[in-house]
Ligand binder design. Structure first.
Ligand SMILES: Cc1ncc(COP(=O)(O)O)c(C=O)c1O
Length: 417
């Protein structure tokens, strides 16, 4: 950033000035509206939905879901969303809550497992076992909660080796994790085998369906093969599923769901040892922004099964076309056996970093992974598949040396002093 060091403004700026400044600042931001972005934003290709979301966001801009007694509308929406999500994932009679995103849902599920094993077995320093491909949110939750994080390797197909996972379980293990699908390769782990290992040991099993939770049910209804992953699998005790991904709402909405109606009680933090009266909170955040909740509720009810199914068909068609484009280039390969609309393009012969650089120059924003380039397909992409295929072929045929862009998609920018 070539901004001068920030000083506190003596006088306020005008709204016009600030909006102009924001426009100028945002000039360097990713242009997701063009569809040439593959993560961060899930472009639903739906103007009517966008207008509804803007209206709902404005309506709930300043509301605060911290105190449910003051906002019965938000209590209604949260319960309604949890109920709809449980119905969708075949967990009627279960429990759950909304959270701000996948990371918070995972944090809450890990915290619940820790609290559960402490209550049940008096174990206060447990461990959890995840696939090596599990999202870093598990490592982060373990870091915050001082839980040991054990990771099991995945096979060439991109799915966790369940025997290796079972070998990592001991008396302090509270939770086994599988992804549906995992972020790096888009593969669904062998959830029935993971859940069976959990049942055998009498411990919990979480499915991270942050990516797939709001897409796989429609994928299945479209007749696509979907490996078992939801509450229909015996032994799956909790699921995280993000509405702000393939649920197509704006950022700040995820669900954390439990098979057992009482399990969500572990999320509650109640405290009255201060002068302010009883404080109760069900998520990691205290003040909870209402706009994402209301936006998620309106989005789900606006689209309904019909709308989600239509968007899933677009995602499926775009995924097939992208993958056909990759397979038409002999130097490239798709890593593992992706189950959904997320996959990695790798190569044994071509420097994929250099290919990514050419694609960047052509306006595509492909995240780099250790093994190649990452794609996360949205409905809007169905309009861009031919262009993508020809740009990719050009990039493979004529690239220079890699500019050395590091693998990753999270944030490493901070501010000190
Ligand atoms: C499989 C998976 N789990 C969890 C997360 C974390 O979600 P969030 O970025 O909303 O915190 C992601 C994000 O992409 C993900 O792909």
């Amino acid at each position: 950033m070539d901004e001068p060091a920030a000083t506190f403004p003596e006088e306020g700026a005008s709204a016009d000035e600030l909006l102009d400044r924001i426009d100028a600042l945002a000039g360097g931001d990713i242009d997701w509206r063009s569809g040439r972005a593959f993560s961060l934003v899930y472009h639903p290709d739906d103007e009517a939905l966008h207008h509804l979301q803007e209206a709902v966001g404005r309506r709930y801009l300043h509301e605060n879901a911290l105190n449910p007694f003051k906002y019965p509308s938000l209590v209604h929406m949260e319960q309604d969303i949890v109920g709809m999500a449980l119905a969708l994932l075949h967990g009627p009679g279960g429990s759950g809550s909304l959270s701000s995103g996948g990371t918070e849902s995972i944090f809450l599920a890990v915290h619940t497992a820790r609290s559960w094993i402490e209550q049940r077995r008096g174990i206060d320093r447990p461990n959890i076992v995840t696939p090596a491909t599990a999202h870093p949110a598990f490592a982060k939750a373990c870091h915050y909660l001082r839980i040991e994080h054990r990771t099991a390797p995945v096979g060439a197909d991109g799915r966790v080796d369940v025997e290796a996972m079972a070998a990592l379980i001991d008396d302090r293990t509270a939770l086994l994790v599988g992804s549906a699908p995992c972020y790096p390769f888009g593969t669904i782990d062998p959830i029935p085998a993971i859940a069976a290992a959990a049942v055998e040991r009498g411990i919990l099993c979480h499915v991270d369906a942050c990516l797939g939770g709001w897409l796989l049910p429609w994928w299945e209804r479209l007749g696509e093969p979907v490996r078992p992953w939801d509450f229909r699998v015996e032994g799956v005790t909790s699921i995280s599923a993000d509405i702000h991904k393939y649920g197509y709402t704006y950022k700040g909405a995820s669900t954390v769901l439990y098979r057992d109606a009482d399990m969500v009680q572990h999320q509650w933090f109640l405290y009255d040892d201060w002068p302010g009266g009883l404080y109760g909170s069900i998520t990691a955040a205290g003040t909870r922004p209402a706009a994402p909740m209301a936006g998620a509720w309106a989005t789900i009810r606006f689209l309904g099964a019909e709308g989600y199914l239509a968007k899933a068909a677009m995602v499926r068609d775009a995924t097939r076309a992208f993958q056909a484009g990759v397979r038409a280039i002999p130097e490239l390969a798709i890593t593992g056996e992706p189950d959904m609309s997320v996959f990695e393009i790798g190569s044994a012969t071509v420097d994929m970093g250099a290919v990514g650089d050419v694609m960047d120059d052509r306006g595509w924003n492909l995240d780099r992974q250790q093994g190649g380039l990452h794609l996360m397909v949205s409905p809007y992409h169905v309009h861009l598949t031919d262009q993508f295929g020809s740009d990719l072929a050009d990039a493979v045929a004529g690239h220079g040396a890699s500019r050395g862009k590091a693998a990753g998609y999270g944030g490493i920018v901070g501010h000190e002093g």
